[in-house]
Design a protein around this ligand. Sequence first.
Ligand code: PGA
Length: 244
Amino acid sequence: MAGNWKMYKTPAETVQFFEKFRPLVERSEHCEIVICPPFTNLAAAVDAAKGTRIQVGAQNIAWAKEGAFTGEISGPMIAALGASHVIVGHSERRQYFGETDETVLKRTHAALHFGLSPIVCVGERLEERESGHTEAVLMRQFQDGIAGLTPEQFARIAIAYEPVWAIGTGKTATTAIAADAHRAIRGQVREKFGEEAAEAVRILYGGSVKPENTRALMAQPEIDGVLVGGASLDPFSFASIVNF
Ligand code: PGA
């Protein structure tokens, strides 16, 4: 169960969140819990999560180790703060910041190289869904991105299916739509990396996940977890998602 805080909260607000959130998930041992705050809150989050099972992730990663890349944050910098995960290729990065399948792959390689666990996002836009191209888009994102990993590298990633039209819009994909997309992605995994990898890989659903719809989503055998934006900002709401 992963929370993506996007561009919300200061370090002080991060500490306040964890004070409320920690006791609520103290006994939640059925899943991994990852919170991905902005870079500026990683240190505060890691500190506040100490002694708990809560893990901390970044929302992006540079593809280089260091260098003249103004505004970028590298894997060693993220790892030095104690974060363990990183979201790569989120649709907001693809939509607003020029992220492509190629740069998503480069960033995924960097995350793996520096010992971080990538959560690699894929998902179609509304016009792609409406014109019947969902599977083709997912296939392209998979082939041009994730398929460039070795089987060993692939074993270390999680995939997040995030239909762009469902993100921050209040529109959740129906459980059937989500499960269909997950099945298509798993099919790609099976073709490229084999049956064992297809069974082992965790595919998270993201897009307007809320406490009220988590149980139905998680009841789908194809859905292994959720990547939650808006509803992860409130400790009580994210805790009820974790404890669905
Ligand atoms: P949302 O965002 O839950 O606010 O729709 C999900 C995400 O973008 O990860």
